[in-house]
Every structure is written in structure tokens, then in C-alpha cells.
Design a protein around this ligand. Sequence first.
Ligand SMILES: *[C@@H]1O[C@H](CO)[C@@H](O)[C@H](O)[C@H]1NC(C)=O
Ligand SMILES: *[C@@H]1O[C@H](CO)[C@@H](O)[C@H](O)[C@H]1NC(C)=O
Ligand SMILES: *[C@@H]1O[C@H](CO)[C@@H](O)[C@H](O)[C@H]1NC(C)=O
Ligand SMILES: *[C@@H]1O[C@H](CO)[C@@H](O)[C@H](O)[C@H]1NC(C)=O
Length: 411
Amino acid sequence: MHLLTPLFSLLTLPSLLHAFPNVPFKTSTRWIHDSTGANFTYVGVNWPGAGEVMIPEGLQYASIESIVSKIKSLKMNVVRLTFAIEMVDDIKDNGGDVTVQRAFVKALGSANGEKVWQSVVKNNPQFNASTTRLQVFDAVAAELSKQGIYVHLDNHMSKGKWCCSTNDGNAWFGDTDFNTEKWLRGLQFMADHVMTLLQTRKWTSMVSIGLRNEFRKPDKAGKSLAYNWSVWYDQNVAAANLVNAANPDILIFFSGLDFDTKLNPIPGAEDLGSGKRFQKSNFKYSDKLVLELHNYQNSATDCNSMKSGLWNNGFKALDPSARNQMPVVLTEFGFSQTDDSYNKVYATCLRRIIPEWDAGWTVWVLAGSYYIRSGTQDYEEAWGLLNHNWSDWRRSQAIAGLRQMVDASLR
Ligand SMILES: *[C@@H]1O[C@H](CO)[C@@H](O)[C@H](O)[C@H]1NC(C)=O
Ligand SMILES: *[C@@H]1O[C@H](CO)[C@@H](O)[C@H](O)[C@H]1NC(C)=O
Ligand SMILES: *[C@@H]1O[C@H](CO)[C@@H](O)[C@H](O)[C@H]1NC(C)=O
Ligand SMILES: *[C@@H]1O[C@H](CO)[C@@H](O)[C@H](O)[C@H]1NC(C)=O
């Protein structure tokens, strides 16, 4: 025993410290591996934090801890946490990170802003008048890490507001509110921030970042760069290089054109214009690259045609024959939680085919309501898994369907 005890602690102590949550992740062919080399499938939910207030939603109704516990109860393993570049612009250009209290007043007006802020503090008494927006992200990430849920950060918008349309000023590089330089700076800042805070164990379960949500062709051509794959390539590779330099540990997700429904030329390394090709092997960090797609074919009537569409639009990167064989994650799909959508072709089809492909997914959306969306305060989200006051699931049948998808993906 005397001989074994020191040996035992030598072997187990470091592995206990590093064993969970088995980061960093990397990719191998079409698989995502945790640091032990085991396959990891993303199974989770979107938690929006890119609205006008620019903090994760729901905190006026519930504590971060209770919200995370609900996610955990579905056996989900990841949250796609969205943020707006404007939060970083304020930090860099406008005198530092804005307090949450001020952010509420700015977004909701002084009377409502103050009232909602008071509710946030009531539910989350660790916050105070000097707590900033970024500190709320830190607190959410810390609680997710504590409860063993991975964090995927997603740059959803430049300006903090509801996404996405072709005339919202955030569609494409150079669009009214889509300043490319500030976008790059914002990504770099966040990648660096989570790295810095690793020591304080706030972002220990941060595993990946999405460079930009849903590129789309802006109505207003204006000063925008041409909407084509060649521009997509230059901008995204520049961003990926910056992110990887700031934080070499995290996986980098590339999102496609047309609201992230199309990644067609990527799996086959096809010509993107002027002989430019996306080639995994050209990246020094080729084991950090992941593709993401979205699907909202909610009125679909034929699962087979959905399946072949998804495959041809990007999931074929999973296939061994793909020149760029890579993991593909369905980071958005979703449907009304107030009717029987969960039982219609769209939902049942994705519930079957995504786990069949061993592909990861994050459903849209956790939020039962938003602080403000498109000008309406306390906006009711009929697609929210949670009810308006974030106290319970909105519809148990829909949640039962989702649980089947979780189980099928984790089997
Ligand atoms: C990942 O899963 C696939 C399919 O089940 C399997 O063939 C492969 O061996 C797994 N990889 C590891 C490292 O377990
Ligand atoms: C206020 O909250 C922040 C983070 O939420 C914390 O770092 C700080 O210590 C708190 N200040 C006081 C006085 O409690
Ligand atoms: C894409 O747009 C850029 C910038 O305007 C232009 O230089 C390039 O020729 C375009 N490529 C294709 C294939 O249209
Ligand atoms: C939250 O909403 C549910 C469902 O609408 C309702 O039953 C419950 O009373 C509400 N809880 C609070 C604290 O308002």
C-alpha cells in the first residue's frame, strides 16, 4: 500500500485535473475527437445573446444555474452561445465594456430597462451595478463548464439585434453594419478572452467558435464586396488565421452562403473563382476545421428530397470520397413548439437522418422569450423550447421528440 499510494496519486491527480472536460477537441477525417481521442457528437441548443442588450437571454426570469440545469436534463452536451461584435466595439472604441444595467436602459428605455435589470439581479444575485456584459458571458460559460456542458461561441451579428434578413445591414462584408475590420477584431478579441480566462476556469469547456452566422446576399449592393465564394474564402480564411493565432485550441466552424444553407463547393475543393480552392491541407491547423449548415425547410413533404438536398449542399463532406473530408454540424434548425410541428415531415426527418449520419446539431432555440426582438419588448418566442418565463418546457410532446434525437445521436 505504501508503495502504491504515491504512484496512485501521481497518476490520478493530473488526470483528474485535466480529465474533464477532455479539451481541447480536434478533428480527424469527418470526426470530432475529444482530448482522449473519443468521438464527440455535438448535441445541443442555441442560447441567443446577440440581441440589443447583448447578453444571453432569459436572466430576468431565471438564474443561469437553473437554465443550465434544464439543458443538462435533456442530456445535451453543448450550447451554441451567440454574441454580437458590437459588444467588442463598445469595449474597444467606446470607453470599455458596458454595464448590464446600462445595456438594459439603452435597449428597453429607462423605466423598463431598470425594471428588467432588477429582475435579472433578483434571479442572479451575483450580479451588481458594475457587472458588465462580458462578465455575464463569463458567468454563463462558467456555469456551463461547471455542469459539464461544452460552449460553442457563435458570432451571430455585427450589430446587436435580431438576425437575419437581406436588409438588416449585417448580411455580408461591407454591408451597412458589417465592418470587416471590426468583425476580425471582435473574433480575435473573443478567442483571446476565453484563452485568458482559462486559468480562472470560467471558459474551461469552450471548444469551438463559429466565425459568422448565415452569410446572405444584401439587398443593397452599396459598398459591399461582391457576394461570391472567392470573397467568402479570403475573408473567412483571414478570420480563421487570426482566431487560431489567438487561441490554437478551439475548433473553427465555417458557415456557408445563402443563410448558411449552401457549402456546395467546399467538400469537393472546387474552384471558387480565379483558381482559388478551399483545401484542408493548406491549413496549418487542418485538424481544427468544421463545417456548419442550417436548415429551415419547415414545410417539407418529402424526407428523401430533404436528405439529398442537405447532402449535396454540404453534408457530403462527411463522405470518405470528399476531397475535404470534414465534420459537418447542423447548428440551426427548429420549429414551432406550440403545435404538432414536432410530428411533421421536417422535424421527424431531421430527427432521423442527422443521427444516422452521426452528425452533430444544435436546435434553434432555447429562449422562451427575448428581452426585446424587432422592437417588441418581452417578445414571445413560439419556437422556444422553454415557455415565456423560462420556468418549464413549452410543450412536452415536442421535448419528447427532441429527447429521441438526443438519444439517437448519443447512442
Ligand atoms: C467514431 O465512430 C465511428 C462510427 O461509429 C467509428 O467507426 C470510429 O472508430 C469511432 N472513432 C473512435 C476514435 O472511436
Ligand atoms: C460585481 O459583480 C462582478 C461580476 O459579476 C464581480 O466581479 C464584482 O466583484 C462584484 N462587485 C461587488 C461589489 O460585489
Ligand atoms: C468575386 O468578387 C471579387 C471582388 O469584387 C472579384 O475580384 C472576383 O473576380 C469575383 N470572383 C468571381 C468568381 O466572380
Ligand atoms: C410561468 O409560466 C407558466 C406557463 O405559462 C405559468 O404556469 C407560471 O405560473 C408562470 N410562472 C411565473 C412565476 O410567472
